[in-house]
Ligand binder design. Structure first.
Ligand code: XMP
Ligand code: MG
Length: 191
């Protein structure tokens, strides 16, 4: 953990360290690469903004070392608003910039909680005629799954607690933390 950063004082405890994220990302990239070694057309990585932004950047670079070649797209959907519980109502805030018909898509997700957002997204991408759709999620909260969604690649199973860091926010803050942790209770009391 970086010592002395302003945000360390707001964190109750670190759940996943920067080092663990780095190692896991390399591991996931190797797996995805091995499973798609014969994918001559390459893979289309679809990042789900904003939470997956850090993971997308690191995962894409890790995958770049092994291949196959990738292209990138970004989508933004909202299911949470400003709070910390899933509403199940998904809204597209930013759509794909182009046609994905016939593409082998890998959705790059930060975290699967209830699974509602992802389940909706998979149906959406299939309706846009992707050749295949798979998911890599850095984190999954196993206790909270309301909908069964096939997530082929999962980085870490974490407890059903609200976490921040490495792209994950609380009211748009804490995304820049290099690790993932739980906020101190008094941080919520402040807002
Ligand atoms: P569902 O419940 O639909 O939610 O699987 C998935 C999306 O909700 C966000 N999410 C979180 N964001 N800390 C966050 O900052 C969390 O602990 C957390 N849990 C879920 C996230 O955007 C995810 O894609
Ligand atoms: Mg997300």
């Amino acid at each position: 953990m970086a010592e002395g950063s302003w945000y360390d004082a707001d964190i109750d405890r670190v759940i996943i360290t920067e080092e663990q994220i780095r190692e896991k990302t390399a591991e996931l990239a190797k797996q995805v690469s091995a499973d798609h070694a014969d994918s001559t057309g390459g893979l289309l990585l679809v990042c789900v903004l904003k939470g997956a932004v850090m993971f997308m950047a690191d995962f894409a670079r890790a995958l770049g070392r092994y291949g196959p070649p990738t292209e990138m797209e970004f989508m933004a959907v909202s299911s949470y608003g400003q709070g910390t519980t899933s509403s199940g109502v998904v809204r597209i805030l930013k759509d794909l910039d182009r046609d994905i018909a016939g593409k082998h898509v890998i959705v790059v997700e930060d975290i699967v909680d209830s699974g509602l957002t992802l389940s909706w997204l998979l149906k959406y991408l299939e309706s846009r005629s992707a050749a295949s759709v798979e998911v890599v999620a850095l984190f999954r909260k196993p206790d909270a799954v309301k909908v069964h969604v096939p997530v082929k690649y999962v980085g870490f199973e974490i407890p059903s607690e609200f976490v921040v860091g490495y792209g994950l926010d609380y009211s748009e803050r804490y995304r820049e933390l290099p690790y993932v942790g739980v906020l101190k209770k008094d941080v919520y009391a402040r807002s």
